[in-house]
Design a binder for this molecule. Structure first.
Ligand SMILES: [Zn+2]
Ligand SMILES: [Zn+2]
Length: 246
């Protein structure tokens, strides 16, 4: 299972990158996916189902002895992305109940945090805001004078054209300074079986963005969340700390 960067042809998507999934995920993508977290070098890591993962966990690597179950299948990276996106729909039972509780608690906590940001800093009343990925800061200013500087961490973004949510930890265009802490939210999802925190991209909109931001702000102990428009939707960022300047 060495990464292969050559292209394959997909009937649906044309020229695309080859990715590897177990035969069970290929046939039934709406289930939990296992495998490494994506990285800039390996954005579509080899993935397998819970049954294959039980084999994997026996030695914590794939060997000649335990890889027979995999029935490894090559699919195009866009089919991979779409299939993996659909896996969030498999959340059910106890995990789903716990997830709904986590979203509700995160959202209520976020409403309180946003109220406090307004009361303490009047955060919605500045003439302009500017963020700088290289310094990891969001600056609020009036009359060309900076008034507040926040330490920011990107949470994720909503694409209006794609109708999708993309976690900042899986968006490799982001600079390191704004995504050093967000992987803790993915880890929280891994621990609790919260698929919406571990699947990089899935069908979601503005409301999902706020709900996930509430959960992320809680996990990160952020002071609040700021949302800015992008060319194609919105970017949500956690405000980790805020300083008055000027
Ligand atoms: Zn499998
Ligand atoms: Zn495809």
């Amino acid at each position: 299972m060495t990464p292969d960067h050559s292209h394959i042809h997909c009937d649906q998507h044309g020229e695309a990158l080859p990715t590897f999934v177990c035969g069970h995920l290929f046939k039934h993508p709406v289930q939990r996916w296992f495998g490494d977290a994506p990285t800039a070098d390996v954005p579509y890591p080899d993935s397998w189902c819970a049954r294959c993962n039980a084999e994997f966990l026996k030695v914590c690597e794939w060997t000649e002895d335990n890889s027979d179950c995999l029935d490894l299948t090559i699919i195009c990276h866009r089919c991979y992305e779409n299939s993996k996106a659909s896996s969030v729909e498999s959340l059910g039972g106890k995990d789903k109940k716990a997830w709904i509780e986590a979203v509700t608690a995160g959202y209520h906590a976020l409403v309180e945090k946003q109220r406090a940001l307004e009361a303490d800093y009047g955060i919605s009343h500045f003439e302009r805001w500017d963020y700088d990925q290289s310094t990891g800061t969001l600056t609020f200013s009036d009359g060309g004078v900076a008034r507040l500087v926040a330490d920011i961490e990107f949470i994720g973004s909503v694409s209006a054209t794609g109708g999708t949510w993309l976690w900042a930890w899986a968006n490799f265009h982001n600079e390191a300074q704004v995504v050093s802490r967000i992987p803790a939210v993915r880890d929280h999802g891994e621990k609790n079986g919260f698929l919406h925190l571990t699947v990089p991209l899935w069908r979601g909109g503005e409301t999902d963005g706020w709900e996930l931001s509430g959960v992320a702000a809680k996990v990160l102990s952020a002071k609040g969340v700021y949302r800015v428009p992008t060319d194609d939707g919105f970017l949500y960022m956690a405000l980790m700390s805020i300083d008055r300047v000027g």
